[in-house]
Design a protein around this ligand. Sequence first.
Ligand code: 5AD
Ligand code: SF4
Length: 441
Amino acid sequence: MSAPKKLFIKTYGCQMNVYDSERMAETLGEQGYVETKSADDADMILLNTCHIREKAAEKVYSELGRFKGLKAEKPDLKIGVAGCVAQAEGEEIMRRQPLVDLVVGPQSYHRLPEMEAKARTGDKVLDTDFPEEDKFERLKRRPKAKRGPAAFLTVQEGCDKFCAFCVVPYTRGAEVSRPVDRILSEARDLVERGVREITLLGQNVNAYHGAGTDGSDWTLAQLIWELDKIDGLQRIRFTTSHPNDMQDDLIEAHGTCSKLMPYLHLPVQSGSDKILKRMNRSHTAESYLRVIERIRAARPDILLSGDFIVGFPEETEEDFQATMDLVKEVRYGTAYSFKYSTRPGTPAAERAQVDPAAADDRLQRLQALLTQQQREIQDSMVGREVGVLFEKKGRFPGQMVGKSDYLHAVHVSDCTREIGDLARVRIVSSGPNSLAGELID
Ligand code: 5AD
Ligand code: SF4
């Protein structure tokens, strides 16, 4: 038997890319590949890329440049680019970086084995189609490989919202929901392999409307209730949601489904109605706040997370202050904030840009406020009892690290529990990036 070929995958960007990388590794596993953690001994290198902001896309080209020496030493090494940069700039990548043998867009991952075989013959291969067939069903699983306790599961992909700054509707395509039965069988398979927590993924996950087991379209809440029945699955999360798709049954599930964790990522982007309108967000600051109010009525302790963009075209200091006011009103447990980045092909790219120095200054002020809120909410966990799912050993003997219900990292010393155990923990202190706790017997 010949030695297995080695695959090195580097993943950039969102959690869906993490999920996709796992699936690509599994499907290439069928071709005799095993994963390696080092690019130096790889027979194939795959960069799974992100196009959401300019910096993210540029990283790919600088990373590719670094493989020049490696490719010179190892002519059989194949280099591939996957993900959203592949989708958006496929042919340009081939032109700009001749080292690249293979370019595959997110909707074509099930075709990787054929593409890899073709690349092995010395051809350059590019596939950025949006094929009709069900990618997820055709991506082969590595049978029964053991998994860590927390996993991602894509249930919905693509977006029809067309926010004026965003490339996702172009790179991931139109909104598609996977059928419930396929999701259930994938979830059961994950649980059999040791998974205890599943995060349902979608660019617009709460717009989920897949075919249910009774033939009608189901909501995300209906899907969650079905997953709730799986023995051994202990926690359910979902991300990312749009404020306009927060339906009543989903809000209610946050109050009644014990496996659904008290954490919600609900991007708002801006607190100014003028900017929200120009962003084509189709909600106002007020309607967003009303949604938050309803969620908190159903689940008062829910930890909220958000995304923000500062320096969007035509944003004034007054608009920015409206964002700061909204943040103060909501109080986020965690948040992601970005300076607007021009993405070619999106509507906002054509508009007058805000002075970069003003945008930098706003980003700093917003991040200072968000960090302060994050800190306060994390510190307020001290003295509370929370569930912790242990995911790995800590740095010190006897120490274990896991995630709380609210997604905070928690360290427990003298821990008698194993990886994959869900335990009750009392939080005793709050550090810069994590909490410390002790087991409650
Ligand atoms: N510039 C800056 N941030 C962006 N995002 C999406 N597109 C852009 C852009 N062009 C942010 C949004 C989104 C998150 C994933 O990335 O806040 O919610
Ligand atoms: Fe992009 Fe999200 Fe807007 Fe869709 S809803 S266009 S993914 S920011």
